[in-house]
Design a protein around this ligand. Sequence first.
Ligand code: G6P
Length: 615
Amino acid sequence: MCGIVAYLGEREAQPILLEGLFRLEYRGYDSSGMAIINGKGLQSLKKKGRIQFLEEALQSAPLPGKIGISHTRWATHGGPSDENAHPHRDQSGKLALVHNGVIENYHSLRTRFLAQGHTFISETDTEVLAHLVGEHYQQIPSSDLNRLENALKAALKEVNGTYGVAVIHEDHPNLFVGARRGSPLVLAIGEKEHFLTSDVSAIISHTQKVVYLNDYDVVSVQNGQFSISSLTKPHAGYEITEVDLADAKAEMGAFPHFMLKEIFEQPQSILNAFRGRLDTEEYAAKLGGLNMTPQELLEIHRIKILGCGTALHSAMVGEYLIESLAQIPVETDFASEFRYRNCPMDRRTLVFVVSQSGETADTLAALREARRKGFRALGICNRVGSTIARESDGGVYMHAGPEIGVAATKSFTSQVMIFTLLALNLGRMRFLSASQGKEIIQAIEKIPSQVEQILKLSDSIKLIADKYKNYRSMLFLGRQYQKAVAMEGALKMKEISYIHAEAYPSAELKHGVIALIDEETPTVFLCPKDSVYEKNMSNLQEVKARKGKVIAIATEGDLEIAKFADDVIYVPATLEPLMPLLTVIPLQLLSYHTAVLLGRDVDKPRNLAKSVTVE
Ligand code: G6P
């Protein structure tokens, strides 16, 4: 959510910053801007709308210079406009700042500055922060060699909220400073050049050497050297990490959208999630990153899984998987609820937080809350080196490769696969027999080719999407494992097509939602051949009896369902606990094609951002 790129080196900054912004566009895309220092002083350009508009503006008014900061915005305070776009300047106009996060006490600071005669050109909290840094800068004697860094530190001590910031000042053409609290920030070290960015993908084509900054870190880059200090205490030291290109580089290739590319990557990304992790002798799973001994794993009484959006839906599949295969009680919760709840927890509860980005603010806060209370908390993340990955007690990486489409797709199936491995492992330590373990492993191994088979239905799913695209509301129903899949399908439909969609457990239909059913409200029915198939079929009849149209997701060979459903999409057969890995694929394709046919911006749906780093 909001992307920052800063550069200082021997090359022209503008093309480097622009390329970085394009790579970060998934983080926010309502406006963007850039500030550069050159012989004429501090120059900036800001544009409402996509980064492409900034690029066009820079073609007619380029910003030469070898130091600069830039930003792509997802609005919090103040709507999208040229004025509200970052960078923002201080009262002197000589200092420019970009910010990701929220300054909660900006209003009182702004009132104070207004009383002092300051003028503001935007409605943002960020501009207030720029004025605050500028005010401290004025108060620090010019003899202080770290004047800008100290001004930033003094300012940050006065603010409540979250930030990743980068600051430059006209009087220091060889210096940028930055800091983080709650919003990600990475220092990247190249040959005679340095970068500061919200996400390594912005700078990966220039260098792979990075330092992931921690909360309260303050970084200063000057004359080819960098230093990292802490806002609060003596700095504990930093580590230079080599980023794996495969973890950070994302190209769309021949696909028209990242979302479609990522849907089609699933045979590989699912394979990556279980590759090397299947124990075909013990019929269990090897998950060394959990950092737990078999004894510790045996002592778990309960499991709590926390996440947001799609990650929470995968957690809900995980709940059914672990309860059914390992007989350990599992609870899932919205990370945003858990962080403020005072829920009683058994001391032997193991906490999992699930996050593709590893940066979602609510999920990170939930992780910190769980750990603060003394619980062991493990992460299931995709982004290597992300804050959640670094702060958790251990965990499992998805190895899905970068996910850029705002609507999560491959991360869902990778997370479900990881929960399958976890459930298998915990189950084999308890009641699951070797032959049951073997059956699960054999089914897991078939999943990538089965997903491949479903992907071949993309064109026929497009025809179904065309038939239903103009309905204003849809229902998604499923039972047991398919309940969470229905929720994920409805989320996808809402996110990218803007069609209203609601998901319910099928049997819950008759307790209210059935009132919505008529010829104008189609239902997507998840009805594979599983333990509740017959029950589900009765629920399907209830919809048909009220003239509701039905798109069924069914198991290959089920000819019966075709007699009742208006359209059927078949998936191959697998074990019931693994079925979500297959049934979700047609739902991803259905929402994708619906959105494209409606002319929506699939990779950048309105109002959303990929990585939500504010509360
Ligand atoms: C945003 C995205 C969703 C995603 C959720 C959680 O809302 O739009 O697609 O599921 O964040 O993201 P995470 O990175 O924590 O999995």
